[in-house]
Design a binder for this molecule. Structure first.
Ligand code: BDR
Ligand code: CA
Length: 308
């Protein structure tokens, strides 16, 4: 089987991403928590609570509580106070590990060199700190799947920046220039593949434990996306990235390009700059996804929701 670390700023879409990996038989070696969507300790609690929901005990490691250089802000307005709406999850029995996420990433990369994959559906601080501590992980981690950035310059936290990259553009700059094997799934790509009214109603009608869980944790995000983000349903940034990581044929158009990150203290901070024409004469460093097979993604989602 395949070995993964999933790096989370645990809101609803991060939780479903973890579940999808497990549903598809991926051996998840660790969940690493990083600053992002909501208060850090709530992100930790959400990960443990989600594991209790599916009755699995996977190690949860605590990572960075803040970006490397500058400050950031959480987005409870998008995901709700608890990251899954207004409910504030609390785990009953599970606890986080004592080992830090940074050391867990390095140790797992050394235990499974050439095999370990890293699913980055959150700011890149943990991975950058691990890389700064041990450069050799760049060649040991088989693939890094990134939910982040934009391909057409349409952001969600600033006009041109996507949240995960914007939170820690310095970490992102380190990772995009690290030589790791990167695949990037952009925000303004996934906004084209939302769960519309018909699909939402269908999911309601499934009435499984998992589909009911899905409806309850996405309701807040769905309302926000439709009211403030010009979408006709709820988006799945993390989950689409995860589906591509599981089955790369979900991505139907991919181009290898040089991507760099704007980390100035300026209007375009956190922007992903893609060298479409190769005018910078740099080696392409990123597999950039430009199209997905929506039906394939939806069938993976429905398969997850019919789990139990
Ligand atoms: C990204 O930020 C978070 O809100 C989501 O979970 C996703 O990882 C979207 O910009
Ligand atoms: Ca996320």
């Amino acid at each position: 089987s395949r070995y993964f670390i999933i790096d989370c700023d645990t809101a609803e879409d991060d939780i479903m991403s973890l579940f999808m990996l497990l549903r598809y038989g991926i051996d998840v070696k660790g969940i690493t928590i990083v600053e992002g969507n909501i208060a850090f300790d709530q992100e930790v609690n959400n990960a443990l609570w989600a594991l209790e929901f599916i009755n699995k005990d996977i190690p949860v490691y605590l990572g960075s509580r803040r970006p490397i250089v500058k400050s950031y802000r959480t987005v409870e307005n998008v995901h709700g106070k608890g990251g899954i709406g207004d409910l504030i999850p609390e785990p009953k029995t599970l606890k986080a590990q004592n080992k830090s996420a940074i050391d867990a990433i390095i140790d797992l990369a050394n235990t499974y060199p050439g095999e370990l994959e890293f699913l980055a559906i959150s700011p890149l601080t943990n991975l950058a700190l691990a890389y700064l501590k041990d450069n050799s992980i760049a060649k040991k981690i088989r693939k890094v799947w990134i939910m982040g950035g934009t391909i057409y310059g349409r952001g969600n936290i600033t006009p041109v920046a996507e949240y995960n990259i914007w939170v820690d553009p310095d970490a992102a700059k380190i990772i995009f220039n690290s030589g790791m094997d990167l695949t990037m799934v952009a925000w303004d790509l996934i906004t084209n593949y939302t769960i519309d009214e018909k699909e939402w109603k269908y999911i309601m009608s499934m009435n499984t434990k998992m589909s009911n869980f899905y409806i309850s944790i996405y309701e807040h995000y769905r309302k926000f996306a439709m009211q403030y983000q010009k979408m006709n349903g709820n988006p799945h940034p993390d989950l689409i990235t995860t589906s591509i990581a599981i089955d790369s044929s979900v991505a139907t158009k991919v181009e290898k390009q040089y991507v760099d990150i704007e980390n100035c203290d300026c209007l375009t901070r956190g922007m992903t700059v893609i060298d479409y024409l190769g005018v910078l004469n740099k080696n392409p460093n990123t597999n950039v996804v430009y199209e997905i097979d929506k039906q394939k993604f939806i069938s993976m989602l429905y398969n997850l929701l019919s789990w139990f």
